[in-house]
Design a protein. Structure first.
Lengths: 274, 262
């Protein structure tokens, strides 16, 4: 077969993504160094990282993403362990119940939390009804609300990633450990947990990067409390400051790529099977 | 290792209450008659379901979202199937790089893609807004099509294709008569997954919508920020039913393993 045939098949896809994705992204990053279309200039990055408003938003975004990742792991790991040990039929039911929210629109999912934690929402109605509080709690439009929404958004992804990893652990290995006298906790700590570390790392990256860049959830649940993504949107569409928006976009890409690269290397290193 | 662990079971149950409870609550409140979202609802009515059709914008943007997903899917298939075929069938120099390029729309943050699409498609390439939306959605659908079709092709025995060619069939004829029918279910599942991805998209669309041009998720987002009545709850129920149907078909075509493997 002629050699160019295979390149011909792949060319439309490569061209399409080059013109409509790689070039726009590359040009956006490059443009951030040329604020006045003059010589290269990194002063706007330098001044940005001295701007207390920006630093506060960056810190909020990081804090929200890190807490979301930790909570997802803490809730997702035991649940995934339980699901992975179910019979095939029960496992399928539980996985379907996990995947359904994953596929449901993020707008719908954020909206459902507005109903629950809003000023006149269920939580406040219930707490005031039984007299625990007199004034409604301000949960909605705070970083806490964003964390709740993001955990709800990314917990299904955490669970199915971990179930996938746990399924790949041969049950013979666990039986062997148990028959050699390991306690149930011993089997879990010495066999299951180390084998799950790469999965936890991969799940962690997905949740962290997803939370760091999510838009819909902070836009609906965060109110005036901005994070990087809503700040980017505000600069691009409301303030028309495209230069600032480009800088934020570049920061988000760089952070995403660094985190993904580091964590991939780490996951390979931590894999006890290698 | 099948012994019951009650504590773990209760913990998992609570996790599912957290995951599904909110969706259940908005489903129930959608039947409330009053203008305020209440739980449990005090009276039953379908008024808010009727209101979906009366609020101008929802029906219209629902159509826009469907057309956008269908058109994007078509282009993504035209580009994606040949690419997935070539990547699975042949060896390439720089194959890892090519595969990396094709999955990159998933890795690059959606909000970044949305902004650069606005900046380049509309301002720089001077595309009309609908064309910008169409191409933007195609970009984000492409990785899903390629991933699902690739996993179907990975299970396909290419020696069947070789046999057909050696018996005198043309390469292109063989592709349509032998390869394509064998990966049909993968293609359909890929289309369904890509459809949901586009249909629910906010990050790309939010930059390219404005007065007169909008998609359903953006219309909902704007509505929620301004009004707080059960209309969105009713609309959410409709969307959840659609999602459940799609999930049912994907499960039938690919099995649950599609979702659990990374």
């Amino acid at each position: 077969m002629r050699n160019y045939y295979k390149y011909l098949l792949i060319l439309p896809g490569v061209l399409f993504l080059t013109i409509f994705m790689l070039v726009p992204i590359g040009m956006t990053i490059i443009s951030t160094f040329f604020p006045n279309e003059a010589a290269a200039d990194t002063s706007n990055y330098a001044s940005l990282f001295r701007d207390s408003y920006f630093l506060e938003i960056l810190w909020t975004t990081l804090r929200v993403s890190i807490l979301t990742t930790i909570i997802c792991m803490v809730l997702g790991f035991p649940a995934a362990y339980f699901i992975a040990r179910m019979s095939a039929k029960m496992k399928a039911v539980l996985l379907i119940l996990t995947i359904f929210p994953l596929l449901t629109s993020p707008v719908v999912r954020s909206f459902s939390w507005m109903v629950i934690i809003g000023r006149n929402g269920l939580v406040n109605e219930a707490l005031m009804g039984i007299g625990i509080i007199q004034e409604p709690l301000e949960i909605l439009y705070t970083p806490t609300a964003v964390i709740i929404g993001l955990v709800h958004l990314f917990l299904p992804l955490t669970i199915i990633t971990l179930v996938g990893v746990m399924e790949s652990i041969e049950s013979d290995l666990l039986t062997a450990a148990a028959s050699l006298g390991a306690s149930r906790i011993g089997v879990f700590a010495k066999v299951v947990l180390p084998l799950c570390v790469p999965g936890l790392v991969i799940g962690g990256i997905l949740v962290f990067v997803g939370s760091f860049t999510a838009y819909t959830t902070p836009a609906l649940l965060g109110g005036q409390q901005r994070v990087l993504s809503t700040l980017l949107y505000q600069n691009a569409n409301t303030l028309n400051d495209w230069h600032m928006a480009s800088i934020l976009a570049a920061i988000m890409i760089v952070v995403t790529l660094i985190v993904i690269t580091c964590m991939n290397l780490l996951a390979n290193k931590l894999n006890p099977r290698r | 290792m099948r012994e019951k662990h009650i504590g773990l079971g209760i913990f998992t149950f609570l996790v599912f209450v957290f995951l599904l409870g909110p969706l259940l609550i908005i489903s129930v409140t959608s039947f409330e008659q009053g203008t305020v979202l209440k739980f449990p609802p005090e009276s039953f009515s379908l008024d808010w379901y009727k209101n979906i059709f009366e609020v101008s914008g929802f029906l219209e943007t629902f159509k826009v979202s469907i057309y956008l997903s269908l058109a994007g899917n078509l282009l993504a298939l035209l580009i994606g199937i040949p690419a997935a075929y070539a990547l699975n069938r042949f060896d390439f120099k720089g194959k890892a790089l090519l595969e990396g390029i094709f999955v990159s729309p998933i890795i690059i943050p959606g909000i970044v893609l949305g902004f650069t699409f606005l900046r380049f498609f509309i301002t720089y390439y001077q595309l009309p807004i609908y064309a910008g939306l169409f191409i933007g959605h195609t970009v984000i659908m492409l990785p899903f099509i390629i991933r699902v079709v690739s996993s179907s092709l990975a299970n396909f025995d290419f020696s069947i294709e070789e046999a057909a060619v050696s018996l005198g069939a043309s390469r292109i004829g063989t592709f349509f008569k032998v390869v394509l029918p064998n990966i049909k279910s993968g293609i359909i599942a890929g289309v369904l997954i890509a459809f949901l991805e586009s249909f629910n998209n906010v990050d790309i669309s939010v930059f390219m919508t404005g007065p007169g041009v909008s998609t359903l998720p953006i219309e909902m987002l704007t509505y929620v920020q301004n009004y707080f009545d059960p209309t969105i709850a009713a609309l959410s129920v409709v969307l959840m039913i659609i999602t459940a149907l799609f999930m049912f078909f994907v499960e039938r075509l690919l099995g649950l393993s599609y979702f659990t493997k990374r």
